[in-house]
Design a protein. Structure first.
Lengths: 340, 145, 325
């Protein structure tokens, strides 16, 4: 295990960014944390989590796929894929780290694989930082995530008042820590931090969220549940929950004709939108009730169906904070779970 | 703003069918000159101009957009240009608020008898936009490359 | 206040004046209230909440609710009531299908601001004098209530409920000196370069979740132009700077003259973009150029953008006013 004094953290950031691009959660002009490339003078955000999740760095909101150019009758096809430089994401929370595993199952390991996602994923080194001060909206424990353990990345990190502690988990992580201005620390150095974090975890109001009504094979049981109508009644149909979600993975592919070139790009899509998966035959989910149901069934039933029972939610609590009308996955789980 | 050498701006002129389009016609009949980079789009009335048309013209490569219509009081549909006047005032003010050069947009009233005014207006506007240089703040790079 | 409102809601259901009540439903915490329709007095007893976190504007929901059969009761705060009147002017709300209870309002709080003040893990709240006392998983914390007030409440334009069947609490007055245009003036005084930099730094953070549009009572088109694939500008995400600007200019423009400045757009923005500054620019311009107008203040006055005089200012007026060159 390695450590560095917090007062010297800038030296560490500098050393990392000399090797690779370093993404760090930083407060923007409006005090909202976001992952941005570190440069001299930027301070790490004190917020528990970024507004947009860390998935942006592997699966950006907008991404060019291919461009077409017409010259007379000749059609030129231009590959829009760019080589990525290796990069480090520092300060990913354990919930977001778990979301990478969920996205990997879709983009990395399921055929057809997503070469754009893989290219970024392979170039990344993830430093997961344990949560000392989880918030009331955190319910990652319900999905088996331990906020004190900082698992799921290449390096696990902990912080206390004075120091950051690091432990390499993978080879990539060891390669990153090598040559950085770090001091040695004994193996149990982070034990007290973990103990304190575990004590806080006991106090979180949503830690006992009961997921037993959901999971693989529950489609028949839950699809026609009368509660969907009531729950979706107040939904405005905006895409906030899907766009701040670390595990939402739906995208759309569109063409833009700029006159000189046609650009084919993909962008995040939201099942809350009225034109989500619209086909020439019409809209398969005509009202907000069906769209709303799709979002939660996907996370809690369809995804587990396809991926060995694993839920596609990590309990980061972003949708609890950001939904304009405060309808969220916890309310869905509790409402539908209770009535059965 | 850096002005490229030999920069000729692309100007989109929305002209009302009843006055200004005829005014443009007259300026042509009279062999009056105005730059060829003024692209005229005929609209049924100045109030047909959806603010989005202006933004879209900028997106698609315009460096300046001008709206020409009948003089207030002379609208073929009696009141269309009065509404257009308010709409454009508010839109131009908003563009200015967002930091987009206000000289890139203009409204001029040109009647069917004012061929000379049409040519003069276009010459002046092209000159003003040339001085500003390329539209950078409302451009869409995807339309340029 | 909550007790009186709950009593009134139950009374209206029991005596058959209405068969549904639109209100705020309790969530997991003290602050995550969801607009909901209540149909029985038992539901109201169990879940109805009115607190300083009942910020959501109920008028938007009345568009759909009043299309249904029967009558719905709604509790309307002063700023909601302007939207209510404006929507009636546009024939979007069937007034005969709703029963409006006006409620006096001292300002609504925002959990985002509580969090920004550094208070983490809040699980309960109480008010003491001018302070919010928050119980958190890290012990008790307190903060001045005014620091947690929504922007629209800090600059509250009116405490008057303009349309109601009955009133709970005393109806207030309009407040023309609320200073809501101060920030717009500050921006106008900047140079265009500064303004451009300011708006780029704000709008470039937009994630196009459409929350500002969908929550807006004035945005009540059946199909938005940005959702219509035939419009040529439909976007699911802003793929260029232009599209960001375009969306926000058009969003604000399309509600100009109908926007009551209820502030919902800024309240719901997940990225905290000050969207109200766009809407207020239009309001301020219209006030200055065409005479004072407050959307939703009455049923008669025509909005400036649907009106004209023969001696209006020419668009060239823009070259003389607004910020320096």
């Amino acid at each position: 295990m390695k450590k560095i004094a917090k007062a010297k953290i800038d030296d560490l950031f500098k050393a990392i960014s000399e090797k690779e691009v370093l993404y760090l959660p930083v407060d923007d002009a409006q005090g909202q944390a976001a992952f941005i490339p570190w440069k001299e003078g930027l301070k790490m955000s004190g917020d528990l989590n970024t507004v947009r999740s860390a998935k942006d760095l592997f699966f950006p909101q907008v991404e060019s796929l291919v461009n077409f150019k017409m010259d007379g009758k000749k059609l030129e096809i231009i590959d829009a894929k760019r080589e990525n430089d290796p990069f480090v994401i520092f300060g990913v929370r354990p919930c977001d780290a778990k979301s990478f595993e969920i996205l990997d199952k879709v983009f990395y390991y399921s055929e057809p694989v997503d070469s754009f996602y893989i290219a970024r994923r392979d170039k990344s080194t993830v430093v997961v930082l344990a949560c000392n001060e989880p918030e009331e909206t955190c319910f990652c424990q319900a999905f088996g995530i331990d906020q004190a353990e900082a698992a799921g990345g290449d390096v696990s990190a902990w912080e206390d008042g004075e120091n950051f502690y690091f432990k390499a988990v993978t080879e990539k992580g060891e390669a990153l820590l090598e040559g950085l201005p770090l001091e040695d620390a004994e193996d149990g150095a982070a034990d007290d931090i973990k103990k304190a974090a575990k004590a806080v975890m006991e106090k979180l109001p949503l830690r006992d969220l009961d997921l037993s009504k959901f999971g693989a094979g529950k489609t028949q049981e839950l699809f026609d549940d009368p509660a969907w109508a009531k729950l979706s009644e107040s939904c405005l149909g905006c895409g906030t929950c899907t766009f701040v979600c670390p595990t939402c993975q739906c995208f759309d592919i569109k063409d833009f004709d700029g006159g000189k070139q046609i650009r084919r790009f993909r962008c995040w899509d939201s099942c809350m939108y009225s034109d989500f998966t619209q086909m020439s035959a019409g809209q398969p989910r005509p009202t907000q009730k069906e769209r709303f149901r799709q979002r939660f069934m996907h996370k809690l039933v369809y995804y587990p169906d396809m991926h060995e029972g694993m839920f596609s939610c990590v309990g980061c609590g972003r949708c609890l904070r950001k939904c304009p009308i405060h309808m969220n996955i916890v309310k869905v789980i509790k409402t539908i779970g209770e009535e059965k | 703003m850096q002005v490229k050498e030999n920069f000729t701006p692309t100007i989109v002129a929305f002209c009302c069918n009843w006055c200004s389009y005829a005014g443009a016609d007259l300026s042509g009949n009279n062999r009056l000159e105005y730059p060829a980079n003024v692209k005229i789009i005929r609209i049924p009335c100045s109030c047909r101009l959806n603010p989005m048309f202006i933004l879209r013209a900028f997106q698609r490569g315009a460096d300046g957009v001008i709206l020409c219509g009948c003089h207030p009081g002379d609208c073929h549909y009696t009141t269309g240009n009065y509404y257009a006047r308010r709409r454009m005032t508010l839109l131009f003010s908003m563009l200015d608020y967002l930091g987009i050069e206000k000289e890139r947009t203009r409204v001029e009233w040109v009647s069917a008898a004012e061929g000379a005014k049409f040519a003069q207006t276009m010459n002046e506007f092209v000159e003003a936009v040339t001085a500003l240089g390329e539209n950078k703040r409302l451009e869409d790079l995807r339309c340029k490359q | 206040m909550q007790a009186v409102i709950k009593k009134k809601a139950k009374e209206l259901l029991e005596c058959g004046t209405v068969d549904r009540v639109l209100g705020w439903k309790a969530g997991e915490f003290f602050y995550d209230l969801t607009p909901a329709v209540f149909t029985t007095p038992e539901e109201i007893d169990k879940d109805f909440v009115f607190s300083v976190f009942s910020g959501a504007n109920m008028s938007k929901y009345l568009i759909e609710e009043t299309k249904k059969e029967g009558k719905v009761a709604a509790f309307i705060k002063p700023c909601d009531s302007y939207s209510l009147v404006q929507l009636q002017k546009e024939h979007r709300i069937k007034r005969e299908n709703c029963y409006i209870v006006g409620i006096a309002c001292d300002g609504m709080c925002d959990m985002g601001l509580v969090r920004e003040a550094g208070i983490k893990g809040a699980t309960a709240v109480s008010e003491k004098d001018d302070k919010l006392v928050l119980e958190t998983i890290y012990g008790e914390k307190e903060m001045p209530k005014e620091k947690a007030l929504l922007e629209r409440c800090v600059h509250c334009k009116s405490k008057k409920v303009v349309d109601f069947d009955e009133m709970i609490g005393e109806n207030g007055e309009e407040n023309p000196d609320c200073g809501r245009f101060d920030e717009v003036e500050r921006l106008e005084a900047m140079t265009p370069d500064e303004r451009f930099a300011f708006w780029r730094s704000q709008l470039s953070r937009c994630i196009r979740c459409n929350a500002c549009r969908n929550v807006c009572p004035a945005c009540s088109c059946e199909k938005c132009v940005f959702d219509n694939p035939d419009s040529g500008i439909a976007q699911k995400a802003a793929a260029s700077d232009f599209e960001e600007n375009n969306f926000h200019i058009i969003r604000a423009y399309h509600v100009a003259g109908r926007c009551t400045d209820c502030g919902e757009c800024s309240r719901v923005c997940p990225q905290n973009i000050p969207l109200h500054l766009l809407n207020r620019k239009f309001i301020k311009d219209m006030n200055e150029l065409y005479g004072f107008y407050q959307a939703g203040a009455d049923f008669e006055t025509k909005p400036p953008i649907m009106n004209y005089t023969t001696n209006d200012a020419e668009p060239s007026v823009v070259y003389q006013r607004g910020g320096s060159k």
